[in-house]
Design a protein around this ligand. Sequence first.
Ligand SMILES: Cc1cc2nc3c(=O)[nH]c(=O)nc-3n(C[C@H](O)[C@H](O)[C@H](O)COP(=O)(O)O)c2cc1C
Length: 329
Amino acid sequence: MKILGVSLGTKNGNNDTMCRVALEAAKEKGAEIEFIHLHDWNIDYCSGCVACSRGLVMGKGMICTRKDDFAAFYDKLVEADGVLIVDPIFESGGTGLFHSITDRMGPGHDTGMLLMLDGKLKEQGKEGLNPRLFQQKAISFIGIGGSDWAVRTETDHAMFAMSPGWKVVNNEFFSWSKDIIMQDDKIARVQEIGRNLVDAAQYIIDNNIMIPGSENVDLWKGEEGACPHCHGNNFYIFPGTNHAVCELCGLEGHLELKDGAMKLVADPELGPVGQEWHCHDLVSGKAAHGADIFENESRLMELNKDETFKARKAHYTAVCAPTPAPSKQ
Ligand SMILES: Cc1cc2nc3c(=O)[nH]c(=O)nc-3n(C[C@H](O)[C@H](O)[C@H](O)COP(=O)(O)O)c2cc1C
């Protein structure tokens, strides 16, 4: 069993150190460990070209126009049985680099899309994708902050696991932690997170859990949380109502006070969005989302040939040209 720890902090800073604390605990439980200091790797941001989703939908394969280390990083993730990501808290949430890897995990590595491609390749008589891509995986997140600005951290981090549909075990953040290496309670918790990850990864291996069919597998070891599906605590509340959407898994319903705690109660009367099968991390939810994207992309491709569409595009493009970047002049 292999546990991969990834730190997005400064070299040998608090995030690297806490990642190593968890990895040491994982190693003591018998896991093989590997550590990546992600700033050493060349990871570009997603340009939004959508070559990845088009490539998957059209049965062409996994395509990305960015030529950097992300594909090798993804291979490392796929190879691991458990992944721990330790990320500094920036502006109450994940870092820019973390958002970049989340975007890069986006459509091109979405299990729903990969399953669609696998089916298309096999239909064409070709070999399907590496079955390892459909193996479940345990993943945990730690955010480390120098103050108490932290409320988006959990949602930003767990979003990384939504595209592949991997199971989140722990998702925690530590505020006021510039001196975390001296705070024994926090170090003990980070060690526990390392051990929890090994247990969850072992459970997946022992039960040979694949992503399709793992809808009811819950490996969560954290606090219960307000969302009944993903344990999330951040919601978009429609103004003037208690109608809310979980910012992480997309489940919709109403926020209600139960035994002193605010809970999201899913509401099937809102349609598919109010039903658990539609959540963003499940293959069933991904299939619905994929079908919607396919319809929208196809409509846009047709519109590109439409004269009114072309005239509108030309009109607005002529309104103003972008200012060239000073560094590129
Ligand atoms: C751009 C920037 C934004 C930050 N925003 C926050 C914040 O919102 N909340 C917080 O607790 N710490 C914030 N910090 C502090 C970092 O989380 C802290 O410096 C980092 O965890 C140190 O990790 P390292 O030792 O691994 O580099 C910020 C730091 C930077 C550089």
